[in-house]
Design a protein. Structure first.
Length: 293
C-alpha cells in the first residue's frame, strides 16, 4: 500500500476553477506536484513546515524599498540566477540577438529613482574629509563605454545607464549611516555617439547581510556569504529590452565562488591603472549591447 494518499495531489490540482488565470492554470500543476513530492520525499514534519513559513514571513517583514530580504533568500538558493538564465534564453531565442550583453540578477539593494547626473560626473557623494572617503579614495575609478544595438551595431543615443555599487566597507548606502543618501548611485544618459562616462569606485567583495533569514540559512548550510567585487547596471532605451546586469572584477577570487551564483564569463572585466587623471586611479571601459524589444 502507498505510504501516503496517492490521490491527494491530484485532488488539489483538480480544485482549480475554469476561470483561473491562464498562466497559473498552466504552471500550478507542475508546482504542486514538485512541492508535494518534495514534502513526501523528505517526510516533512509540521515543525519543519512551520519553520519554513516563519522564515518566509520574517523575510517579508524585513523587506522594504531599501532591502529585499526575500529576494536575497532566493539569491542564495540560486533561484534568481536560474530564473534570470531561463528568461535570458527565452528572449534570445525569440530575438536571435546573440550579441546582446548577458543579464545578471538585480540583487536586494537596488533603489529606484537614483539622481540623473551629467556624463562625466561622480556618483561618490561622501565628503572628502570623511573617514569613509579616505577609505574609498584609492579605489576612485573612471567608468565609460558605449551602448549599441545588437541587431545593427549602431550607437543608442539617449539610453539610460543606471549604476550602483557597495562602498569599500562592503555596505550599500542604505546600510551605512556614514554614507549620504544615494551615495554610489546615479543615472546617466548616453550622448549622440551612445557614450556614457562617470566617476565611481573600483568595487570591493563583501558578505551579504547575516542578520536575517538568508544569513541564517547560509550558516546552517556551512556556506560563506561573500559576493565578488561587482558593479550593478540597468541599461534601458526606447525600443530596446531593458538590460539588468552586473560586471565583475576578474581579479577577485570570489568570481569562482559567488554566494548567489551570478557570475558569467562574459561579465568579468579588467580594471586598468589610470594615468594623468587627478580624479581616478583606475579605469574601466565597458560597452553594453541591447536587443530590440
Amino acid at each position: 500500500m502507498p505510504k501516503y494518499d496517492p490521490e491527494f495531489t491530484d485532488n488539489v490540482i483538480a480544485a482549480t476553477g475554469p476561470k483561473a488565470n491562464p498562466r497559473l492554470k498552466q504552471i500550478m500543476p507542475s508546482l504542486l506536484r514538485h512541492l508535494h513530492d518534495f514534502a513526501r520525499e523528505v517526510n516533512l514534519t509540521v515543525a519543519e513546515w512551520t519553520a519554513g513559513v516563519d522564515l518566509i514571513n520574517e523575510s517579508g517583514a524585513m523587506s522594504d524599498n531599501k532591502r529585499n530580504e526575500t529576494g536575497l533568500l532566493c539569491d542564495i538558493l540560486g533561484l534568481e540566477s536560474l530564473v534570470d538564465e531561463i528568461t535570458s534564453k527565452l528572449l534570445l531565442d525569440a530575438s536571435g540577438d546573440s550579441a546582446a550583453t548577458p543579464s545578471a540578477v538585480l540583487g536586494p539593494f537596488y533603489r529606484a529613482n537614483a539622481p540623473v547626473l551629467p556624463n562625466g560626473s561622480s556618483i561618490v557623494k561622501a565628503s572628502r574629509d570623511s573617514a569613509w572617503y579616505k577609505q574609498a579614495e584609492p579605489l576612485l575609478t573612471h567608468m565609460s563605454g558605449h551602448v549599441t544595438s545588437a541587431s545593427t551595431g549602431k550607437p543608442v543615443p539617449g539610453a539610460t545607464v543606471d549604476v550602483w555599487l557597495a562602498g569599500p566597507n562592503g555596505l550599500y548606502e542604505q546600510q551605512d549611516e556614514a554614507q549620504p543618501d544615494m551615495n554610489l548611485r546615479g543615472r546617466f544618459r548616453t550622448d549622440g555617439r551612445g557614450a556614457y562616462a562617470l566617476y565611481g569606485l573600483r568595487p570591493t567583495a563583501y558578505p551579504i547581510p547575516l542578520d536575517g533569514p538568508a544569513g541564517r540559512v547560509l550558516t546552517l548550510l556551512d556556506r560563506h556569504p561573500y559576493r565578488p567585487a561587482h558593479v550593478h547596471f540597468i541599461v534601458s532605451a526606447p525600443g530596446y529590452r531593458t538590460l539588468t546586469t552586473q560586471v565583475f572584477d576578474r581579479e577577485d577570487p570570489y568570481v569562482k565562488d559567488d554566494s548567489v551564483f551570478a557570475v558569467k564569463d562574459e561579465l568579468m572585466v579588467a580594471f586598468e591603472a589610470r594615468r594623468g587623471d587627478g580624479k581616478a586611479h583606475w579605469s574601466l571601459v565597458y560597452d553594453f549591447v541591447l536587443s530590440e524589444a
